[in-house]
Write a protein that binds this ligand. Structure first.
Ligand SMILES: [Zn+2]
Length: 269
């Protein structure tokens, strides 16, 4: 599933191509999850932001297009061709722009979602409404992060995946950041010192992944193709292989329904 670095990569690539462009026509798959794309016809894109794993495009009528890529969603820009019909090959939504470009949202498994809301009104999208701070927010301190984890009963890995403690973390970067921070994924509370290492680790793994164009394991593609961060993972997907820090064999097990990998020595409970 695309996480913060993948969505941020797409935002950076897509933004310059769509800003100030007007949607000449728009279409979608019949599913209610994609239908709102059609309501953007005639509107102009003013900004393209990211919040957690969501893309937020402000339009010129005080509305905002919200796109979540789900498990397998991809966005791409193609040159608009005459007579081209959309909707085949897992194309779930498309926006024909006034610069001879068409944005296509392809989503094989259809876990993605599109919404059109009044600007800033996320009341109908609880995950977005209740989302924790952005990991790169200049206002965010490790003390804030520690307070947000405090008193929660879930395991730290599950807290990270929940989006309320901090935004944008999914399975890959949760495993990576906990590994770097030396925190066992199963613990239910962390110390202030651990929160400090966790925040630094999250920022580090996210920065590196953005620099590499994201992690492509299966479906994720940015606008230029596959990312390369999969070649730089130190924990995720490495169960049974030696730890890059201490040489012990990495372990994995299911934690709250998510496959989790960790080092039994570097990430002691
Ligand atoms: Zn180790």
């Amino acid at each position: 599933m695309p996480e913060l670095p993948e969505v941020e990569t797409i935002r950076r690539q897509l933004g310059p191509k769509i800003l100030n462009r007007t949607v000449i026509s728009a279409g979608s798959h019949e599913s209610a999850k994609f239908l709102p794309a059609r309501k953007t016809k005639g509107k102009r894109f003013l900004t393209l932001r990211r919040r957690g794993k969501y893309l937020l495009a402000e339009l010129d009528d005080q509305s905002e297009l919200v796109v979540h890529l789900g498990m397998t969603g991809q966005l791409k820009i193609v040159e608009t061709e005459d007579q081209r019909s959309f909707g085949s090959n897992y194309e779930r939504a498309w926006w024909v722009l006034d610069n001879n470009n068409t944005i296509i949202f392809k989503d094989v498994r259809r876990f993605g979602r599109i919404a059109l809301v009044k600007k800033g009104d996320y009341s109908q999208i609880p995950t977005l409404r209740d989302m924790g701070p952005e990991p790169f927010s200049p206002d965010l301190t490790s003390e804030d992060l520690w307070r947000r984890t405090k008193g929660r009963k879930q395991r730290i890995k599950t807290q990270l995946l929940g989006q309320r403690v901090i935004a944008g973390v999914g399975n890959i970067y949760a495993d990576e950041a906990l590994f770097y921070a030396g925190i066992n994924p199963s613990v239910r509370s962390i110390t202030r010192a651990q929160a400090e290492r966790l925040l630094q680790s999250l920022q580090m793994v996210f920065s590196q992944a953005i620099e590499k164009g994201g992690t492509t394991l299966r479906d994720y593609r940015n606008l230029d193709g596959a990312g390369s961060n999969q070649d730089y993972l130190h924990c995720y997907g490495r169960s049974g292989l030696p730890c890059h820090k201490c040489g012990s064999v990495l372990r994995s097990r299911i934690i709250d329904a998510r496959s989790t990998t960790w080092c039994p020595v570097c990430q002691k409970r």
